[in-house]
Ligand binder design. Structure first.
Ligand code: SF4
Length: 65
């Protein structure tokens, strides 16, 4: 299980994470980023890519067994 946290005080809703991990991150009708706080291990590479591209370094990732 991959646990994801986004610092909402940092996130500027750029949506780069949505491109890298569209199963975890999305933009709603108001162009606000939404995400699922827990994702399957198969999403790990995508979430790591989202962490890397986030211009605000707002995404934190915790691995769980
Ligand atoms: S890439 Fe970062 S700043 Fe942009 S929407 Fe995702 S978490 Fe927010």
């Amino acid at each position: 299980m991959v646990k994801i946290q986004v610092d909402r005080t940092q996130c500027q809703n750029f949506g780069s994470c949505v491109i890298e991990a569209p199963n975890v991150f999305s933009l709603n009708a108001n162009d606000e980023m939404e995400y699922t706080p827990e994702a399957d291990d198969s999403e790990l590479d995508n979430v790591e890519a989202a962490v890397d591209v986030c211009p605000m370094q707002a995404i934190a990732l915790v691995l769980r067994s």
